[in-house]
Design a protein around this ligand. Structure first.
Ligand code: PGA
Length: 254
């Protein structure tokens, strides 16, 4: 049975003491994670150790990096390697967020290299895909996201693929307050699962968690997550508020 996941993406926000207070507040609030559910916090790199210490021993709660580099080590000033993440006990990393694709020119091929090195070090990528507004308006979003998966993931074996989580994040819904309707989300998630099934078979595709991202908040999470192919969310703005994020965690399917 695939996992249901509420993933927070703090992006480049908060000081370390604000981040620590936010984590403390979320951990202190009543929330229940079943065996099949996870809460993930993708925090800025300098806060990884602090955050990891706070969730130590908490079942089904994970700290994630927001990015990593594609090389093992070396003269890559400013970059963070998977070996560094592993040495901190971090086992999840967000890859290919649309902000990284757009502002840092991350290509599908570059992301394929990052996926490979993560898997080599047993780090779970939350692999992001999603189309810009112009693509949605042109009606070519299905082909566009299929290509993102094909070019970054289709070299993987079925066993490797099942270690990934996918996040569908339509760019027109990120930080805009404009959420995809639950029907739009379900339609795209079903499409992504069909794309995976076309290469890896139905059983493999059915095992992969596909998160929705783009203006998820406490008030719309339950409706979005109730869709059969929506397995939770990747949440930016609303993850910076403890009450909102706990509501989102509590909106996950059982
Ligand atoms: P948002 O961001 O929830 O603020 O729209 C989502 C994301 O970019 O991961």
């Amino acid at each position: 049975m695939r996992k249901q996941i509420a993933a927070a993406n703090w992006k480049m926000n908060l000081t370390i003491s604000q981040g620590a207070d936010l984590l403390d507040a979320i951990i202190a609030k009543p929330h229940s994670l079943t065996e099949n559910q996870q809460a993930v916090f993708a925090v800025p790199s300098p806060y990884l150790a602090m955050a990891q210490a706070k969730v130590a021993g908490k079942k089904n709660v994970f700290i994630a990096a927001q990015n990593c580099y594609s090389k093992k080590s070396g003269a890559y000033t400013g970059e963070v390697s998977v070996e560094m993440l592993q040495s901190l006990g971090i086992s999840v990393v967000v890859l290919g967020h649309s902000e990284r694709r757009e502002y840092f020119n991350e290509s599908n091929q570059f992301l394929a290299d990052k996926v490979n090195i993560c898997l080599e070090y047993n780090i779970t990528p939350i692999f992001c895909c999603g189309e810009a507004l112009a693509i949605r308006e042109a009606g070519t979003q299905n082909d566009y996201v299929a290509k993102q998966l094909e070019e970054s993931l289709f070299h993987l074996s079925a066993e490797q693929l099942q270690k990934l989580v996918i996040a569908y994040e339509p760019i027109w819904a990120i930080g805009t307050g404009k959420t995809a309707s639950s029907e739009q989300a379900q339609e795209m998630h079903a499409h992504l699962r069909a794309v995976l099934a076309s290469k890896y078979g139905d059983a493999v595709a059915a095992n992969i968690s596909i998160l929705y991202g783009g203006s998820v908040k406490g008030s719309n999470a339950k409706e979005l997550f109730s869709q059969p192919d929506v397995d939770g969310g990747l949440v930016g703005g609303a993850s910076l508020n403890a009450d909102e994020f706990v509501t989102i965690i509590n909106s996950l399917k059982a």
